[in-house]
Design a protein around this ligand. Structure first.
Ligand code: C2E
Ligand code: CA
Ligand code: CA
Length: 797
């Protein structure tokens, strides 16, 4: 509506006294300042002071609007005499105070923006009433015609503007807040000038003013008085403001002094601007003292939005130091009242030390300190990760579980520190055989595991296992000039064929390792389902054997040995049998190995010892009994005392006992074993080397310990006399034993030819099915009696 706009512009510039307009603007600005300053003071005050200053602020705001309105009316040049109707004038002032007061009152109590807006609308209604009621009180000597085309838009435009003005008053943002006063002024201005322009005045001398009409000259002092009062209030407000600022500055300084004692970095902020920072944060960020003041929080902590971060909630973000370095910090926001003002305190804690410690702890928790390899937990995590991702990508991976052979001997003979060094060397060698993305861990003791991820080629796992067995076993480990010969056994399980979840894969690789060791050391074995069956069987034997010992299911069989020249029975070897309630007679080959691994061989061996001595004591004359001893029995320190007890209980002469040991006994802990053997020999017991020729270093052992007898292993005799090589070996062993002053037994003689060869070779005693199979105690008694009868001897013991 350009015509209306023109009317408004003409109204402003053509019909108003400019000087008075300036006065009106000054009074309005002063009044608004006074109202806000006193209002703020009321907000800071408490008790009755709060109420009184609140009322003063409301009256001041209403009066400001009224006085402004009136000064502008006085500035209006209608071109004819004008006057004021006093009652309506008073009502207009009341409207201003009530409307504006109600709006301000609601605004103070509101939190939401829409509530502030409503409060603003109410203020607007107050101002509108003031204006139009005031307008009605403005009398001219003529007629007044209203242009509704300007009145309605003036209201429609002015109301929302005062709504927004109050929204700005309530804002936390300082910049938005500073727009409140200009918006309010705009709202009043729009209302006034549009309202004035909407009036068309026509002079008419016939029009008479009512009797109580007051001339502009008469009302001017009232307006001046109100304006003066507003100026006085503004001075008060200014002083209140000043005092509050001083108080705020003091509070901030005190807080900063306190904050400097804190180890944590502290920032005191007004909205997003840092007003104070303590020493710690200056140090942390590398800023000069005081340099942080005035900076935006976001320039120091870019990840932090102060206004949206909830109070008391901690966040981990980066602080940007003065050199641009990122420092990990943890921040916490709190609001505190300082000098009646709400300020934000941001506590900043340096996280570098904590993160470093955490990383160190993580490393400790997941690495094997001895070798620097991953530990079991970490390995399991890797495996879990790969089996999980494999499900998506359908790629296989292999777990190789490996265990060192003969490592126990290193610990036993050289001590644990040396053992630790050797483990480190083994770890280095293993590492060198792996591809970059293979993962190796030490699971504990001398057990290692490898997660092989490059399984593209066929039999990649078998190839790696071969490399491992070779790299560990082919060259000795050198420690202090001493060569240590180790070996490795490897069990392989490949996912997904050999198991789907990590625990199952590990279990199956372990089973395969167990089988590899059982099949002879320095070998590898891939898991297959039959291993599960073997494992179950093994467990059944283990539990069954415990029961067998407790319930007397064990029995000793005896196999006779005869003198090679006379053919008379010189002794018998005790061989254990298990009368299993379901399986019938179980042979030692089915349970001795398991008894050795589980340690059950110790109680079993002691039982054999007691029983054999007791039964042999009933045999005729000087006939002796031979008993087999396992390496595990030598590790049990009570071996000698058990044998002595067996003699005491049975009253068997020690000279009638032969103990058979294999090379395995001498392999580990040589010095301890030699000591035990010497103690036994000193008792009068004779010691035989069993299964001679099956080990690889037999000759050196023969030099170390003076055995009474060598039992030549059955494997040689089996091919005698047809195989020239075996015949030569048997002959050589017998000749050598004679030179060393040891007697010989040829084991496993089944044919008359083998018998004749053995006799001709010069052996002392012969054992084998040809002479007699292992038989029960009762059958042995019959056999011995028959022999004795034939030789004309008494069977009495
Ligand atoms: P070993 O000490 O070498 O015992 C000799 C084994 O050879 C016995 O097997 C015996 O039956 C068998 N044998 C004897 N003559 C012949 C023959 O002419 N031909 C054939 N083919 N075999 C013959 P057995 O009784 O099955 O014992 C096997 C192994 O179990 C023993 O081998 C021994 O190492 C172990 N063992 C048996 N009883 C005990 C025991 O009480 N304690 C310990 N620690 N081991 C025992
Ligand atoms: Ca034997
Ligand atoms: Ca033997």
């Amino acid at each position: 509506m350009p015509a209306s706009l023109l009317a408004v512009i003409h109204c402003i510039y053509g019909m108003h006294d400019t000087r008075l307009m300036i006065v009106a603007a000054l009074v309005c600005a002063t009044g608004i300042y006074a109202s806000f300053a006193i209002g703020h003071h009321a907000a800071r005050a408490s008790g009755s002071a709060k109420t009184s200053w609140g009322l003063v602020s409301i009256v001041a705001s209403g009066s400001t609007a009224w006085a402004t309105h009136f000064i502008v009316l006085l500035a209006f040049k209608p071109g004819m005499p004008a006057a004021f109707e006093p009652v309506l004038t008073a009502i207009s002032l009341t409207c201003a105070i009530v409307g504006i007061g109600a709006g301000v009152w609601i605004s103070i109590r509101s939190r939401q923006q829409w509530q502030q807006f409503i409060a603003g609308l109410i203020v607007g209604v107050g101002v509108t009433m003031l204006h139009y009621v005031g307008q009605a009180a403005y009398l001219v000597q003529g007629t007044v015609a209203w242009d509704l085309g300007l009145v309605v838009p003036s209201v429609i435009l002015s109301l929302p503007v005062s709504g927004f003005a109050m929204v700005a008053v309530g804002s936390r943002n300082r910049r938005i807040r500073s727009t409140a006063a200009p918006l309010l002024l705009l709202s009043i201005g729009v209302l006034h000038f549009c309202g004035m322009a909407a009036m068309t005045l026509n002079s008419n001398a016939a029009v008479k003013f009512p009797e109580n009409a007051v001339s502009p000259q008469a009302i001017t002092p009232v307006v001046a008085g109100v304006s003066l009062a507003l100026i006085v209030l503004a001075v008060f407000g200014w002083r209140f403001d000043l005092a509050a600022k001083v108080r705020l500055r003091q509070d901030r300084r005190r807080l900063r002094e306190l904050a400097d004692v804190a180890l944590e970095g502290l920032l005191i902020c007004q909205d997003d601007v840092i007003v104070t920072a303590n020493d710690s944060i200056e140090f942390l960020s590398g800023h000069e003292p005081g340099a942080l003041t005035g900076l935006a929080v976001s320039s120091l902590l870019p990840g932090l939005d102060v206004s949206s971060m909830p109070e008391r909630e901690e966040r981990e973000i980066d602080l940007i130091s003065v050199e641009g370095k990122h420092v990990p910090v943890r921040v916490l926001r709190r609001e505190v009242g300082l000098g009646h003002k709400i300020q934000t305190v941001i506590a900043v804690r340096d996280q570098r030390e904590r993160l470093k410690t955490e990383a160190k702890m993580r490393l400790l928790a997941f690495t094997d300190s001895l070798t620097g390899l991953d530990n079991r937990t970490r390995f399991f995590d890797h495996l879990a990760l790969h089996t999980a991702s494999r499900r998506n990508r359908d790629r296989s991976c292999a777990v190789l579980m490996l265990d060192l052979d003969r490592f126990k001997a290193v610990n036993d003979t050289l001590g644990h520190p040396a053992g630790d060094i050797v483990l480190g060397m083994v770890a280095d060698r293993l590492r060198s055989t792996l591809r970059d993305n293979d993962i190796i861990a030490r699971l504990g003791g001398d057990e290692f595991a490898i997660l092989q991820l490059t399984t593209d080629e066929a039999d990649a796992a078998a190839a790696l296992a071969t490399r491992i067995v070779d790299i560990v076993g082919s060259r000795p480990f050198m420690l202090n000039g001493q060569a240590i010969h180790l070996g490795a056994s490897v069990g392989i399980a490949i996912a997904p064929d050999d198991g789907d979840d990590p625990a199952e894969i590990m279990r199956n690789a372990d089973l395969a390792l167990y089988a590899a060791k059982a099949s002879g050391r320095g070998a590898f074995r891939r898991y297959d389902v039959s291993l599960n069956e073997q494992m179950r069987e093994r467990r059944a034997i283990e539990t069954g054997l415990r029961l067998a010992l407790a319930e007397g299911q064990l029995e000793l069989y005896y196999q006779p040995l005869v003198d090679a020249r006379t053919g008379s029975i010189t002794s018998a070897e005790a061989l254990v049998r298990w009368n299993h309630p379901d399986r019938g007679l179980v042979q030692p080959s089915d349970f001795i190995g398991i008894a050795e691994e589980t340690g059950l061989i110790v109680p079993l061996g002691n039982w054999v010892m007691r029983t054999a001595c007791t039964e042999a004591a009933t045999w005729p004359g000087s006939m002796s009994v031979a008993i087999n001893l396992s390496p595990a029995q030598f590790r049990d320190h009570s071996l000698v005392s058990h044998i002595v007890q067996a003699f005491q209980a049975s009253s068997l002469a020690p000279e009638r006992l032969e103990l058979e040991v294999t090379e395995g006994v001498l392999l580990s802990d040589e010095t301890g074993t030699l000591e035990t053997l010497n103690q036994l020999k000193a008792l009068g017991v004779s010691i035989s080397m069993d299964d001679f020729g099956t080990g690889y270093s037999s000759l050196s052992y023969l030099r170390k310990f003076p055995f009474n007898k060598i039992k030549i292993d059955q494997s040689f005799v089996r091919q005698v006399p047809d195989d020239a090589e075996s015949s030569a070996i048997v002959q050589a062993i017998i000749t050598m034993a004679k030179c060393l002053g040891m007697s010989t037994t040829v084991e496993g003689v089944e044919t008359p030819e083998q018998f004749d060869f053995s006799v001709a070779a010069g052996c002392d005693t012969i054992q084998g099915y040809l002479i007699g199979r292992p038989v029960s105690r009762a059958d042995l008694a019959v056999l011995v009696a028959a022999k004795c009868k034939a030789e004309g001897l008494s069977t009495a013991a």
